[in-house]
Design a protein around this ligand. Structure first.
Ligand SMILES: *[C@@H]1O[C@H](CO)[C@@H](O)[C@H](O)[C@H]1NC(C)=O
Ligand SMILES: *[C@@H]1O[C@H](CO)[C@@H](O)[C@H](O)[C@H]1NC(C)=O
Ligand SMILES: *[C@@H]1O[C@H](CO)[C@@H](O)[C@H](O)[C@H]1NC(C)=O
Ligand SMILES: *[C@@H]1O[C@H](CO)[C@@H](O)[C@H](O)[C@H]1NC(C)=O
Ligand SMILES: *[C@@H]1O[C@H](CO)[C@@H](O)[C@H](O)[C@H]1NC(C)=O
Ligand SMILES: *[C@@H]1O[C@H](CO)[C@@H](O)[C@H](O)[C@H]1NC(C)=O
Length: 559
């Protein structure tokens, strides 16, 4: 929600643990990326975040992180062209000032060349002049290296963010760019011959890095590691095709294999996943918590540091100084330290009605019954009575809930105190589960009703722009997914999804095809264009949480 295209996801990484590993300790620690800020196009403040303030770094420090990856876009700050490519002195100074804010708080830091990879350094564009890319890379890094050459060894450099490359030839060029980068910072002097660097493969993609990356010339004395990025599985991370679940054995095996591939190719090289995320905005909560836990532990298993990407919308509310999902945040920090976390169960495939132990859902107007939720305690024990978070009111075990193995049953008599005949829809309470170690979990008690639409169809507008379908949220304040079916029964997008499990078929993709606001659901312009191209009336089924039969409404666009 409120995203600035997929770019924003890439533009806001928090930096979890990456590069202290590269530097000295070779331990997995916790870092955070300050995204959508100095990397914004065209400049700081252009995207969803105001300019950097030092207090944000205090918040990150107090939350247990050890480093910050500071992405910086330089494209719009050159004051001369070829051959000098002079960088605006004010911009270089601003970058130095922000780095000083970071280093003075005892963080490690990584600074890079960020969305330049979308403009002058995109090797996949037919008109890209590779000689010019090489020239610019040298000149830019020489200036950055000169400006920052005397910073402490806690500052590391990263060649370039996610430089596009699709062929072995591009892979070779990127290896050359890593060399040019090393040459430039070494020529710039200062401490740079000893500075830690993270080198990159095409797209900072794990697979492509294993295919094409070559080690730098031994004449460079810089301690180096490889940085790669991880946003997988695509459907879960980006809410495509109704994938509101994660955590099957197959899901876990795939993540493990992705980390193993890179590690097994580079057994003696420090590895940093410089970006990863599963956003609070658009992933199902229990699935997200288990993903955080599993990713952090798998990274540790393969001796790989991780940096979480935050675009200012996903995780840290920089203005409020609060984590939007404090449980996920805590799971991450504990998992990195190797402390077991108890985790909530949830459905792991799309074939049935979905259950999530991060919630107690009660349908307004229905009778209240006992609710049993399953957990994976992972050796932990509940160490206190469950409490209502806001009031700190303690529940009584036996009377209000019972514990059996790793299942907790909330008694209808207790639930009737939350879900009264007059209580509103929406979140009514959070219940806190405290364990003898690891993260305290919360269960969000939500009363819901299926929202109704005032209008259930409209004529496709003559020109395509985003279309708001107004509705009043009555439970979670976001949809689960949207299905789009043409009058002839075929899907508006991705006909192949007919082979997916029932709850994924014909579902379309968040951000590019659908979105939402406080006022309702948004069909994106691209979706309207697809209806026009399809030439048939198209029915959109907007599905809500919990995903169960009937908790959906239909809206038809008539051509
Ligand atoms: C490519 O860039 C180099 C270096 O800036 C320049 O000398 C050359 O003329 C450029 N080639 C073309 C075709 O523009
Ligand atoms: C290294 O990467 C290549 C290319 O992806 C792959 O084919 C190979 O199996 C990997 N090697 C190991 C030991 O994992
Ligand atoms: C982790 O990797 C670093 C080098 O990157 C190495 O020094 C260290 O021994 C590794 N630790 C383990 C447990 O393999
Ligand atoms: C709901 O509770 C009332 C009163 O106990 C009972 O008469 C009714 O049958 C219940 N409805 C359902 C669907 O269980
Ligand atoms: C419960 O927690 C969620 C997530 O932090 C929050 O959005 C919601 O407002 C909370 N509910 C109450 C009643 O405080
Ligand atoms: C929405 O449309 C689908 C497919 O035509 C239908 O099965 C479902 O009953 C409709 N749902 C509602 C709430 O009208």
């Amino acid at each position: 929600m409120g995203r600035y295209a997929n770019a924003a996801v890439v533009a806001g990484a928090l930096f979890q643990g990456a590069f202290a590993q590269v530097r000295n300790a070779y331990e997995t620690n916790t870092d955070f990326v300050q995204g959508n800020t100095l990397d914004a196009i065209e400049t700081e403040g252009s995207w969803n975040n105001p300019p950097v303030v030092a207090s944000t770094f205090d918040d990150i420090k107090n939350s247990g992180y050890k480093g910050i990856r500071l992405p910086v876009t330089w494209t719009y700050h050159f004051t001369s062209q070829s051959p000098d490519w002079t960088v605006d002195a004010k911009w270089l100074q601003r970058v130095e000032d922000v780095i000083d804010m970071i280093l003075s708080r005892g963080f490690y830091a990584i600074v890079n060349v960020h969305h330049d990879s979308w403009t002058w350094a995109d090797l996949t564009k037919a008109d890209t002049n590779v000689t010019m890319v090489e020239e610019k890379m040298y000149k830019l890094w020489y200036q950055i290296g000169t400006k920052l050459g005397c910073k402490s060894s806690a500052l590391a450099f990263e060649t370039i963010n996610e430089i596009p490359g699709t062929t072995a030839e591009h892979g070779k060029t990127i290896n050359r760019l890593n060399t040019i980068f090393l040459q430039a910072i070494n020529d710039a002097g200062g401490f740079n011959a000893k500075r830690v660097v993270t080198l990159v493969g095409a797209g900072e993609d794990g697979l492509k890095t294993t295919q094409w990356f070559e080690r730098p010339d031994k004449k460079f004395t810089n301690p180096w590691g490889i940085q790669w990025h991880y946003y997988s599985p695509y459907d879960f991370i980006f809410s495509a095709w109704g994938k509101t679940t994660w955590g099957s054995d197959a899901d876990k095996a795939a993540l493990d294999a992705d980390f193993a591939l890179v590690r097994n190719n580079f057994t003696d090289v420090p590895l940093v996943v410089g970006e990863w995320a599963a956003s609070v905005q658009n992933t199902e909560t229990a699935a997200r918590w288990r993903y955080f836990d599993f990713l952090a532990r798998t990274a540790a298993k393969y001796n790989t540091s991780t940096i979480i990407w935050d675009n200012g919308v996903d995780f840290l509310d920089r203005a409020a100084h609060q984590w939007r999902d404090p449980v996920a945040q805590d799971i991450y920090i504990n998992a990195v330290k190797g402390i077991p976390n108890a985790l909530p169960d949830s459905t792991t495939d799309g074939s049935t009605t979905q259950q999530s132990s991060a919630y107690i859902y009660h349908k307004k107007g229905t009778n209240i019954t006992d609710v049993t939720l399953g957990f994976q305690f992972n050796g932990n024990k509940l160490s206190k009575n469950i409490v209502v978070a806001a009031t700190k009111k303690s529940l009584t075990q036996g009377r209000d809930y019972t514990l059996s193995g790793e299942s907790i049953t909330f008694k209808s008599s207790f639930l009737a105190t939350l879900f009264t005949p007059t209580s509103a829809t929406g979140s009514l309470a959070n219940l806190t589960l405290t364990f003898n170690r690891g993260t305290a979990l919360t269960i969000n008690a939500i009363q819901y009703a299926t929202p109704s639409l005032t209008t259930t169809s409209s004529k496709l507008p003559a020109t395509s722009s985003d279309l708001l379908i107004p509705l009043k949220w009555q439970g979670q304040t976001r949809p689960a997914t949207i299905k789009a079916v043409k009058l002839d029964g075929t899907y508006l997008f991705d006909e192949w999804t007919q082979y997916l499990p029932e709850l994924q078929r014909g579902r379309i993709t968040y951000n590019g095809q659908w979105d939402w606001t406080a006022e309702g659901v948004v069909l994106r312009a691209a979706t309207l264009e697809a209806v026009r191209a399809g030439g048939l009336d198209t029915a959109f089924t907007i599905e809500f949480y919990p995903r169960e039969p009937g908790n959906a409404v239909n809206y038809t666009l008539n051509v």
